[in-house]
Design a protein around this ligand. Structure first.
Ligand SMILES: Cc1ncc(C[n+]2csc(CCO)c2C)c(N)n1
Length: 228
């Protein structure tokens, strides 16, 4: 079995749980509370920067020119496409540059981007590419699922349409092909590491939406609870 076939089978329940999340149900029927989307879009802009950094790092260590071109191009492409989407929605939902600049990444966002960056910096290209793949795969999966159910006047229509476009499908296919190619060339040890990296990032995709739905930030220690 190819890498993609293997990990989709191994993570089928998790992917189904992601499609069923309240955040994604509310996105599909257009009832996602404004406050939740504002929180999400700021965190997603932070995520995107970390994701692009991880791709650039992975590109620098890739085993051949085709992989370097794909990873470096994908990082630049991601920043262009998703930044436009964020700018559109930040404008629509009244999120200002000051709001973004004064809102740090949440634990869910920070953990996910830190994982991607450290994997790209310290592990094999196979592992890095496997860690980066759920970003593409999960959004394609959720995008198609929501698209079939979403109402025409849904305020999140532009968001949904981005992830069912032919361009996005082609980008997902290229990421799957690179993962399959590196998996086919990898040792059993690296293959296991690639499957684990994919599962971990998929779980962090779940955690990212869960955190946004609950408007989670950093815990704030109670100074009165500190022993004298
Ligand atoms: C937490 C989180 N995960 C994945 C994506 C989707 N995404 C971000 S960059 C990129 C590559 C090309 O557009 C894709 C698919 C997101 N927005 N937020």
């Amino acid at each position: 079995m190819s890498f993609v076939e293997t990990v989709l089978q191994e993570n089928a329940d998790l992917c189904a749980a992601i499609r069923a999340m309240p955040f994604n149900r509310a996105l599909a029927d257009g009832t996602l509370p404004t406050e939740v989307f504002q929180h999400y879009i700021i965190q997603d802009a932070h995520y995107l920067e970390g994701f692009a950094r991880a791709l650039a790092l992975a590109a620098s260590a890739a085993p051949d020119a085709d992989a370097v071109a794909q990873l470096a191009g994908s990082g630049a492409g991601a920043l262009h496409v998703e930044r436009d989407l964020h700018a559109h929605y930040m404008g629509l939902f009244g999120v200002t540059a000051a709001d973004f600049n004064t809102t740090p990444p949440t634990p869910a966002c920070d953990h996910y981007t830190s994982f991607l960056i450290s994997t790209a910096a310290t592990c094999t290209t196979g592992e890095a590419v496997a860690a980066l793949l759920p970003c593409f795969w999960v959004y394609r999966d959720v995008g198609h699922d929501i698209h079939t159910r979403a109402a025409g006047d849904n305020p999140y229509r532009a968001w949904i349409d981005t992830y069912v476009s032919d361009d996005f499908d082609a980008a997902v296919a290229r990421s799957c092909e690179l993962s399959d190619r590196l998996y086919a060339q990898a040792s059993d040890t690296v293959r296991g590491q690639m499957r684990a990296a994919f599962a971990k990032s998929t779980l962090m995709e779940w955690a990212f939406w869960d955190s946004a739905w609950h408007l989670r930030g950093w815990p704030t220690p109670d100074p009165t609870g500190i022993a004298a």
